[in-house]
Design a protein around this ligand. Structure first.
Ligand SMILES: *Cc1c(COP(=O)(O)O)cnc(C)c1O
Length: 232
């Protein structure tokens, strides 16, 4: 086991490097790094590791499974963490998830959109969501087709604040670029009619610099921050 100080040092080094790279990617395309939020994806690490992040200035944490999100959020209550639900959310888990999260990144069906809207109405809130778009062209990936998105947005009690997408897995980050460009163009087109639809959740450890060059406003980073820490 590493001590808390050892963990802090390691995480500080990795965060510094990652934030530097995000800054460099922004500089290459003339973006302001303040537009990019790093979401630390804590799904492979313990509550102890996740709990060190706010002290290091990282308040946006993401989980891809509702149960893990619930248990970490409960264990780390009171630390000013903004929780992001980044994975598939089943409708029967909306009720318990919605009060905890800042943003749901991966709404991938009309039925889920409807369920989130209805639960939001019960809580007297208009939940913030992003729609997951299938830009990787992989049949097994979830998400909406771009065609028809316009019609979806006004209909439910949700604020659609952006689009989320995942590129097909590849060793070469450049392979991801066309998917990110497609997502940005879709966002730009939708934003003409829906000004609140500003955000782009795209980019993971293998391709986040390309995603930032193409306009990502949220990058979801796990392994580049936490590799080797699974047992801690
Ligand atoms: C795990 C996960 C990530 C982070 O992936 P890394 O490649 O480890 O950075 C991002 N988004 C989603 C939806 C995930 O499930």
């Amino acid at each position: 086991m590493m001590t808390d100080d050892e963990l802090r040092n390691l995480l500080t080094d990795r965060l510094t490097e990652t934030i530097l790279r995000i800054g460099e990617a922004c500089a290459r395309v003339g973006r302001d790094p303040k537009e990019v939020t790093l979401v630390a994806v804590t799904k492979t690490v313990s509550v102890r590791v996740a709990g060190l992040l706010p002290e290091l200035g990282v308040f946006d944490l993401g989980e891809n499974r509702p149960q893990s999100l619930w248990s970490k959020a409960e264990a780390l209550a009171g630390r000013s963490i903004r929780w992001h639900m980044i994975g598939h959310l089943q409708r029967n888990k909306v009720e318990r998830t919605l009060p905890i999260v800042e943003l749901i990144h991966a709404v991938d069906s009309v039925r889920l959109l409807e369920a989130i809207g209805a639960e939001g109405a019960k809580l007297g809130i208009r939940p913030h969501v992003m729609l997951q778009v299938n830009v990787s062209r992989e049949a097994q990936k979830n998400g909406f087709d771009l065609v028809g998105l316009h019609d979806l947005i006004a209909r439910w009690n949700v604020e659609v604040v952006g689009l989320m997408g995942m590129a097909a897995f590849s060793d070469n980050p450049e392979q991801a670029r066309p998917a990110f460009v497609e997502l940005r163009q879709a966002r730009d087109e939708l934003r003409v009619k829906w000004p609140a639809l500003e955000q782009l959740s795209m980019g993971m450890s293998g391709d986040y610099e390309v995603a930032v060059e193409e306009g990502a406003t949220f990058v979801r980073l796990g392994s580049t921050l936490f590799a080797g820490l699974d047992g801690e």
